[in-house]
Design a protein around this ligand. Structure first.
Ligand code: NAP
Length: 242
């Protein structure tokens, strides 16, 4: 079985990516932290499109949990390969740096940046042996230009962007591409407190994007025909300057 592991696949952008990659024939490993009902809903939506998948809960901010869960999965799936990894799970805890607590800095860095390292490393060894793989990191406009109130989130996403470029150069010879997708404002739970009505004037396309539009870009990068695109950061933000 060719598998695609999508972190944070229970809701929002991750769910749309799971459904899209499921429709392309990948067996989807739906990761999430705690929201079992939403993860099951993602799996139903995959199945409704004749796809297959399974739930693989772990907390991407906990390196022991990641290592144990992925080792267990690999042990039970000797014939299966994770060909695609989408590092999508992420959180934000916005506040001005002056008022930012240690935990707010550490939580956001662990969930958005450390997770890239601890999830990708175990998946990479199999890709290297198979001489094929696709790694897509979901970053943000915030990691490209920096946004006030998001020093933690901008630092984490900026870190993943730099790591994307470095890893792409390490593994390019082995048929593995590593790219980042940088969304602007996408309609999900993460942006539910941001007014589209107020913000859309700043967006040339004059609206927030959809998770399905992001999933479409991810599917493009995942396809075998995209093998010459690596180390890139592709923005999907309705034309906002980045
Ligand atoms: P969302 O709707 O809040 O969904 C977040 C997903 O991540 C959920 O599936 C959640 O699982 C999972 N998750 C959070 N913390 C986790 C952890 N510690 N371990 C495992 N899973 C965890 O977010 P979204 O808007 O779809 O964002 C997805 C990605 O896009 C994030 O990396 C975000 O930074 C990035 N992004 C979003 C926007 C936007 O406008 N929405 C813009 C730029 C970048 P549970 O359901 O179990 O909580």
């Amino acid at each position: 079985m060719k598998c695609a592991l999508v972190t944070g696949g229970s809701r929002g952008i991750g769910r749309a990516i799971c459904i899209k990659l499921g429709s392309l024939g990948y067996h989807i490993l739906i990761n999430f932290r705690s929201n079992l009902a939403e993860a099951e809903q993602t799996l139903s939506l995959i199945k409704a499109k004749n796809g297959t998948g399974e739930l693989i809960p772990f907390d991407v901010s906990n390196k022991m949990e990641i290592a144990e869960t992925l080792a267990l999965w690999t042990e039970g799936h000797k014939q299966d390969h994770i060909e695609v990894l989408v590092n999508n799970a992420g959180i934000k805890e916005d506040t001005l740096m002056m008022w930012m607590k240690d935990e707010q800095w550490e939580n956001v860095l662990r969930t958005n940046l450390d997770s890239f390292f601890y999830v990708t490393r175990p998946v990479l060894s199999d890709m290297l042996m198979k001489r094929y793989g696709r790694i897509i990191n979901i970053v943000s406009l915030s990691g490209l230009k920096g946004l006030p109130g998001q020093t933690n989130y901008s630092a984490a996403k900026g870190g993943v962007i730099a790591a994307t470029k470095a890893l792409a150069q390490e593994v390019g010879r082995r048929g593995i591409t590593v790219n980042a997708v940088a969304p602007g404002f996408i309609k999900t739970d993460m942006t539910e407190n941001i007014s589209e009505k107020e913000m859309k004037a700043l967006i040339p396309v004059n609206r927030f994007g959809t998770s399905e539009e992001v999933a479409h870009l991810v599917a493009f990068l995942v396809s075998p025909e995209s093998g010459y695109i690596t180390g890139e950061v592709i923005s999907i933000n309705g034309g906002m300057y980045s």
